[in-house]
Write a protein that binds this ligand. Structure first.
Ligand SMILES: C[S@@+](CC[C@H](N)C(=O)[O-])C[C@H]1O[C@@H](n2cnc3c(N)ncnc32)[C@H](O)[C@@H]1O
Length: 221
Protein backbone atom coordinates (compact mmCIF):
# COMPACT_ATOMS: atom_id res chain seq x y z
CA UNK A 1 0.00 0.00 0.00
CA UNK A 2 1.35 3.48 -0.79
CA UNK A 3 2.20 5.92 2.00
CA UNK A 4 -0.72 8.20 2.86
CA UNK A 5 -0.33 11.97 2.75
CA UNK A 6 -2.88 12.42 5.55
CA UNK A 7 -3.49 11.39 9.12
CA UNK A 8 -6.69 9.52 9.82
CA UNK A 9 -8.20 11.90 12.38
CA UNK A 10 -11.52 11.96 14.13
CA UNK A 11 -13.46 15.06 14.98
CA UNK A 12 -16.95 15.24 16.37
CA UNK A 13 -19.80 16.00 14.05
CA UNK A 14 -22.33 18.59 15.13
CA UNK A 15 -26.03 17.84 14.61
CA UNK A 16 -26.02 20.19 11.62
CA UNK A 17 -23.10 18.30 10.08
CA UNK A 18 -24.70 14.89 10.67
CA UNK A 19 -27.77 16.16 8.94
CA UNK A 20 -25.72 17.56 6.02
CA UNK A 21 -23.91 14.23 5.52
CA UNK A 22 -27.15 12.24 5.63
CA UNK A 23 -29.08 14.44 3.26
CA UNK A 24 -26.45 15.85 0.91
CA UNK A 25 -23.89 13.12 0.27
CA UNK A 26 -26.11 11.67 -2.46
CA UNK A 27 -26.57 15.11 -4.05
CA UNK A 28 -22.96 16.36 -4.16
CA UNK A 29 -20.85 13.50 -2.82
CA UNK A 30 -18.99 10.53 -4.24
CA UNK A 31 -16.90 7.83 -2.59
CA UNK A 32 -13.52 7.60 -4.31
CA UNK A 33 -13.26 3.84 -3.63
CA UNK A 34 -16.50 3.22 -5.54
CA UNK A 35 -15.78 5.34 -8.60
CA UNK A 36 -15.36 3.82 -12.06
CA UNK A 37 -12.21 3.95 -14.19
CA UNK A 38 -12.30 6.34 -15.93
CA UNK A 39 -14.72 8.75 -14.34
CA UNK A 40 -16.92 10.56 -16.88
CA UNK A 41 -16.50 14.19 -15.78
CA UNK A 42 -19.06 15.60 -18.23
CA UNK A 43 -21.69 13.14 -16.94
CA UNK A 44 -20.73 13.92 -13.34
CA UNK A 45 -21.33 17.67 -13.76
CA UNK A 46 -24.01 17.44 -16.45
CA UNK A 47 -22.04 19.65 -18.85
CA UNK A 48 -18.65 19.95 -20.54
CA UNK A 49 -16.70 22.69 -18.76
CA UNK A 50 -13.10 23.01 -17.56
CA UNK A 51 -12.59 21.04 -14.35
CA UNK A 52 -10.53 22.06 -11.31
CA UNK A 53 -9.34 19.36 -8.90
CA UNK A 54 -8.88 20.65 -5.35
CA UNK A 55 -6.94 18.38 -3.01
CA UNK A 56 -7.59 18.65 0.73
CA UNK A 57 -10.18 21.44 1.03
CA UNK A 58 -10.24 21.35 4.86
CA UNK A 59 -13.49 22.96 6.03
CA UNK A 60 -14.35 24.00 2.47
CA UNK A 61 -14.96 27.73 3.02
CA UNK A 62 -12.42 28.76 0.37
CA UNK A 63 -13.75 26.09 -2.00
CA UNK A 64 -17.33 27.31 -1.77
CA UNK A 65 -16.23 30.93 -2.28
CA UNK A 66 -14.02 30.07 -5.27
CA UNK A 67 -16.62 27.92 -6.98
CA UNK A 68 -19.28 30.63 -6.49
CA UNK A 69 -16.98 33.22 -8.07
CA UNK A 70 -16.08 30.92 -10.97
CA UNK A 71 -19.34 29.48 -12.35
CA UNK A 72 -17.82 28.66 -15.75
CA UNK A 73 -15.63 25.90 -14.29
CA UNK A 74 -16.53 22.75 -12.39
CA UNK A 75 -14.82 21.84 -9.10
CA UNK A 76 -14.06 18.25 -8.22
CA UNK A 77 -12.84 18.55 -4.65
CA UNK A 78 -11.50 15.81 -2.46
CA UNK A 79 -10.97 15.37 1.27
CA UNK A 80 -10.83 12.62 3.90
CA UNK A 81 -11.76 14.71 6.96
CA UNK A 82 -15.43 14.04 7.76
CA UNK A 83 -16.31 17.27 9.62
CA UNK A 84 -14.85 19.28 6.73
CA UNK A 85 -16.78 17.25 4.17
CA UNK A 86 -20.00 17.78 6.10
CA UNK A 87 -19.28 21.51 6.39
CA UNK A 88 -18.69 21.91 2.66
CA UNK A 89 -21.86 19.96 1.83
CA UNK A 90 -23.86 22.37 3.98
CA UNK A 91 -22.18 25.39 2.33
CA UNK A 92 -22.99 24.03 -1.14
CA UNK A 93 -26.65 23.69 -0.20
CA UNK A 94 -26.74 27.10 1.51
CA UNK A 95 -25.22 28.83 -1.52
CA UNK A 96 -27.11 26.75 -4.12
CA UNK A 97 -23.86 25.80 -5.91
CA UNK A 98 -24.14 23.34 -8.79
CA UNK A 99 -20.52 23.31 -10.01
CA UNK A 100 -18.96 21.37 -7.11
CA UNK A 101 -18.77 17.60 -6.45
CA UNK A 102 -17.23 16.34 -3.23
CA UNK A 103 -15.11 13.21 -3.49
CA UNK A 104 -14.52 11.41 -0.20
CA UNK A 105 -11.20 9.56 -0.08
CA UNK A 106 -7.61 9.79 -1.20
CA UNK A 107 -6.96 12.40 -3.89
CA UNK A 108 -4.01 10.45 -5.26
CA UNK A 109 -6.13 7.33 -5.64
CA UNK A 110 -8.77 9.42 -7.41
CA UNK A 111 -6.21 10.94 -9.78
CA UNK A 112 -4.46 7.65 -10.49
CA UNK A 113 -7.50 5.42 -11.02
CA UNK A 114 -10.32 7.65 -12.16
CA UNK A 115 -9.07 10.75 -13.93
CA UNK A 116 -7.98 10.50 -17.56
CA UNK A 117 -4.76 12.14 -18.71
CA UNK A 118 -5.16 15.79 -19.74
CA UNK A 119 -8.67 15.96 -18.21
CA UNK A 120 -8.13 18.87 -15.79
CA UNK A 121 -7.87 22.62 -16.24
CA UNK A 122 -6.19 23.11 -12.87
CA UNK A 123 -5.08 21.33 -9.71
CA UNK A 124 -5.24 23.25 -6.43
CA UNK A 125 -3.32 22.12 -3.35
CA UNK A 126 -3.80 24.84 -0.74
CA UNK A 127 -1.91 24.41 2.52
CA UNK A 128 -1.23 20.69 2.20
CA UNK A 129 -0.09 19.15 5.49
CA UNK A 130 3.54 20.29 5.89
CA UNK A 131 4.74 17.11 7.66
CA UNK A 132 7.63 19.11 9.21
CA UNK A 133 9.56 16.18 10.77
CA UNK A 134 12.18 14.65 8.45
CA UNK A 135 10.91 11.15 9.05
CA UNK A 136 7.48 12.26 7.76
CA UNK A 137 8.66 14.01 4.60
CA UNK A 138 7.73 10.89 2.64
CA UNK A 139 4.08 11.75 3.42
CA UNK A 140 4.20 15.12 1.69
CA UNK A 141 1.79 15.66 -1.18
CA UNK A 142 4.28 17.67 -3.20
CA UNK A 143 7.02 15.20 -4.08
CA UNK A 144 8.23 14.14 -7.54
CA UNK A 145 6.07 11.03 -8.13
CA UNK A 146 2.85 12.67 -6.94
CA UNK A 147 3.60 15.80 -8.98
CA UNK A 148 4.22 13.69 -12.11
CA UNK A 149 0.85 11.99 -11.60
CA UNK A 150 -1.07 15.23 -11.02
CA UNK A 151 0.68 17.00 -13.91
CA UNK A 152 -0.25 14.14 -16.27
CA UNK A 153 -3.94 14.79 -15.48
CA UNK A 154 -3.63 18.48 -16.48
CA UNK A 155 -4.36 19.63 -19.99
CA UNK A 156 -1.48 21.34 -21.77
CA UNK A 157 -1.47 24.90 -20.44
CA UNK A 158 -3.37 23.77 -17.31
CA UNK A 159 -2.10 25.00 -13.94
CA UNK A 160 -0.89 23.39 -10.74
CA UNK A 161 -1.33 25.93 -7.95
CA UNK A 162 0.10 25.22 -4.50
CA UNK A 163 0.12 27.41 -1.41
CA UNK A 164 1.77 26.89 1.94
CA UNK A 165 2.63 28.86 5.04
CA UNK A 166 5.51 26.53 5.89
CA UNK A 167 8.58 28.22 4.36
CA UNK A 168 10.83 25.10 4.29
CA UNK A 169 8.08 23.19 2.46
CA UNK A 170 7.66 26.09 0.00
CA UNK A 171 11.35 25.82 -0.81
CA UNK A 172 11.01 22.07 -1.46
CA UNK A 173 7.87 22.69 -3.53
CA UNK A 174 9.77 25.17 -5.68
CA UNK A 175 12.58 22.65 -6.22
CA UNK A 176 10.25 19.73 -6.99
CA UNK A 177 7.98 21.68 -9.34
CA UNK A 178 10.91 23.31 -11.13
CA UNK A 179 12.55 19.89 -11.62
CA UNK A 180 9.47 18.41 -13.30
CA UNK A 181 10.32 18.37 -17.03
CA UNK A 182 6.77 19.16 -18.14
CA UNK A 183 6.02 22.06 -15.80
CA UNK A 184 6.97 25.70 -16.30
CA UNK A 185 6.88 28.32 -13.55
CA UNK A 186 4.46 31.15 -14.38
CA UNK A 187 6.57 33.48 -12.21
CA UNK A 188 10.18 33.94 -11.32
CA UNK A 189 10.14 31.90 -8.09
CA UNK A 190 7.12 32.35 -5.84
CA UNK A 191 3.93 33.87 -7.24
CA UNK A 192 2.14 36.88 -5.78
CA UNK A 193 -1.07 35.83 -4.01
CA UNK A 194 -3.73 35.68 -6.74
CA UNK A 195 -7.00 37.47 -5.96
CA UNK A 196 -8.98 34.33 -6.81
CA UNK A 197 -7.61 32.37 -3.82
CA UNK A 198 -9.72 33.37 -0.81
CA UNK A 199 -8.04 33.67 2.55
CA UNK A 200 -9.06 30.94 4.99
CA UNK A 201 -9.18 30.87 8.78
CA UNK A 202 -6.23 28.50 8.61
CA UNK A 203 -4.26 31.02 6.56
CA UNK A 204 -5.11 33.95 8.85
CA UNK A 205 -3.88 31.92 11.82
CA UNK A 206 -0.55 31.39 9.98
CA UNK A 207 -0.23 35.10 9.21
CA UNK A 208 -0.85 35.95 12.90
CA UNK A 209 1.85 33.43 13.86
CA UNK A 210 4.32 35.15 11.48
CA UNK A 211 3.93 32.62 8.66
CA UNK A 212 2.55 34.40 5.59
CA UNK A 213 1.22 32.29 2.73
CA UNK A 214 3.46 31.53 -0.24
CA UNK A 215 1.95 30.68 -3.64
CA UNK A 216 3.51 28.63 -6.44
CA UNK A 217 1.80 28.49 -9.83
CA UNK A 218 3.16 26.21 -12.54
CA UNK A 219 1.78 25.44 -15.99
CA UNK A 220 1.91 22.19 -17.94
CA UNK A 221 3.93 22.49 -21.19
C1 LIG B 1 -3.58 21.47 6.48
S1 LIG B 1 -5.12 21.06 5.80
C2 LIG B 1 -5.51 22.45 4.76
C3 LIG B 1 -6.97 22.55 4.42
C4 LIG B 1 -7.42 23.69 3.50
N1 LIG B 1 -6.89 23.55 2.15
C5 LIG B 1 -7.14 25.05 4.07
O1 LIG B 1 -6.40 25.82 3.45
O2 LIG B 1 -7.65 25.36 5.17
C6 LIG B 1 -4.74 19.78 4.63
C7 LIG B 1 -5.93 18.89 4.31
O3 LIG B 1 -5.58 17.99 3.25
C8 LIG B 1 -6.26 16.77 3.48
N2 LIG B 1 -5.53 15.73 2.71
C9 LIG B 1 -4.21 15.40 2.84
N3 LIG B 1 -3.88 14.44 1.96
C10 LIG B 1 -5.02 14.16 1.26
C11 LIG B 1 -5.31 13.23 0.23
N4 LIG B 1 -4.36 12.42 -0.27
N5 LIG B 1 -6.55 13.19 -0.25
C12 LIG B 1 -7.52 14.01 0.26
N6 LIG B 1 -7.30 14.91 1.23
C13 LIG B 1 -6.06 14.98 1.73
C14 LIG B 1 -6.24 16.59 4.98
O4 LIG B 1 -7.28 15.76 5.43
C15 LIG B 1 -6.41 18.03 5.47
O5 LIG B 1 -7.75 18.34 5.75
Amino acid sequence: MSIRTYHPRGGRLSGRHHDALDRLHDVYGLAVAELPTPLDLAALFGRTAPVVLEIGFGMGDATAAMAAADPGRDYLVVEVHTPGIANLLSLLERDGLTNVRVAVGDALDLARRCLPEESLDAVHAFFPDPWPKSRHHKRRLIQPTHVALLRSRLRRGGRLHCATDWAPYAKVMLEVLTADPELVNTHDGYAPRPAYRPETKFERRGVRAGRPAIDLIFERR
